[in-house]
Ligand binder design. Sequence first.
Ligand SMILES: *Cc1c(COP(=O)(O)O)cnc(C)c1O
Length: 348
Amino acid sequence: MRQLKELVRKNIWALKPYSSARDEYSGHVAHVFLDANENPYNGPYNRYPDPLQHEVKDALSRIKGVSSDCIFLGNGSDEAIDLVFRCFCEPGIDNVVAIEPTYGMYKVCADINGVEYRPVLLDANYCMSSSAVLSACDKYTKVVWICSPNNPCGNDIDREEIKKVIEGFSGIVVIDEAYSDFSAQKTFRAELDAYPNIVILNTMSKAWGCAAIRLGMAFASKEIIGIFNKVKYPYNVNLMTQQKALEILQANADVCHWVNILLEERHRVIAAFKELPICVKTFPTSANFFLAKVSDAQGIYDYLVDKGIIVRNRTNVQLCDNCLRITIGTRTENNELLGALRTYTANN
Ligand SMILES: *Cc1c(COP(=O)(O)O)cnc(C)c1O
């Protein structure tokens, strides 16, 4: 790996972060707060929230097996994705490499930040070739983006191939594991000590059932986390989100239960989907959704919308011609989808 100092943008490396009122008395126990121009009435909403979300990180640390100072929390993973660009990529000079197809936010953030985005096409089975990814990198490549399980394809990216990218690239490798709770593949969180150049993304939006509270996380070396912390907005995660997150993290058992039901339903829905005449093929999945090639993606999509059932039409995405991405819902919702598709078949 190149030195972190060479990877981080010069202005960010030199940045002296905003020091909030609550940062400055650290270590002392206080009970009269006349430092932040808050209103003394309307507790607890009158007070600024903990800028570094210590309680949530401690709970996450126990569940994820990563030490608190190696965790960054943001307003969804989207904040972490944007921070990676703002911290590492010099607009107009640096570039990033990503697998294609993948989650759309990496390219949107690259475009917003004026950073060249180099997509590297997966093969027909949505597998990544580490050598193709590495040969797309040059001395201006700061970040490689890998999403596993990948969105919209659903498959795990081969762990050995990911390792070859991490070991063969001297910049930052981001591994977005938003769906890892649904996958049997080993997470890269456990490899933080071995690889100082990785950033792992997780989110409360999928397995944890909390997309509304907007809480995403990054796991990385404490040096990288320190850089994210100095660039982020001081109070980027609000009090209600921190409270709700603590609540759901304590209900860990419910989450495991949900995941197990969704995995069973995934198995059942895919088996039934394969029997439909509209199904050309379904792709292997390790997430809470599956990608299916169908006879007429646009026609089926429109038909389902008309019935009030929304799936994701991915037909215009490279390698996803005539593909629909279907999220696993409750048993009732899944049956409604399958029923509607049987009616479509009967009428078309
Ligand atoms: C859904 C999803 C996320 C989650 O983003 P949030 O901003 O945390 O809701 C991140 N990465 C991928 C690949 C996703 O599909």
